[in-house]
Design a protein around this ligand. Sequence first.
Ligand code: GLN
Length: 225
Amino acid sequence: MTAVASGSAPTAGVLALQGGVAEHARVLEGLGARVVLVRREENLVGPDGPRLDALVLPGGESSTQDRLLRLLDLFEPLRSAIADGLPVLGTCAGLILLAREVLDPAPGQGSLELLDVAVRRNAFGAQLVSAEAQFAADAAGVEGLGEGGAVRGALIRAPEISALGPGARTVVTHEGHVLGATSIDPDAAVDPGSAAPLGRVTGISFHPELSDDPAFHRALLAQAR
Ligand code: GLN
């Protein structure tokens, strides 16, 4: 697959159906990306091929986002774009959308099933006010992520990653809970003891875009194709 913008600023999409879109756009622009708000299939792919180098799925309400994706005929195009190699970062509801399994879905809720994890919704941060509850979590084993191994974020009715399959590895933990995972390429040799780049598909429970910590967005753009 050819790069969309080789040699120039990467083009980063933010799924813009519902949720915290503007905050992600701001962080990505701050890192020098050109931002596209994704609302239609044409934002993902055009007659000349893929239009994005990377994509963020923002927080919000995953069941609403899932419903809107299906209503707008965007669910399958989004799934194929990511399955075809578009690097993606999902935060909070975005992590839920990416998960292989949602343990307590809203009625009728599905997911893209692109990250080999099971998630439990609403595990942390019962109220919106928990946006103020900033925390530092341990980021392990990811190249270029977090100074001293810490990332900052906010938990807002956040999901917990309750199980990982063989296709994913943990990248963020906090007080014994898994708050972030990334995909393991079937042919990538990941040495558990050493840092490796993020996989193509990454999901985190928290909101670094509300905590002035661009480490995950930077790591996403670093793998822009
Ligand atoms: N609780 C929300 C959900 O189930 C996620 C919250 C968030 O994205 N901040 O989708």
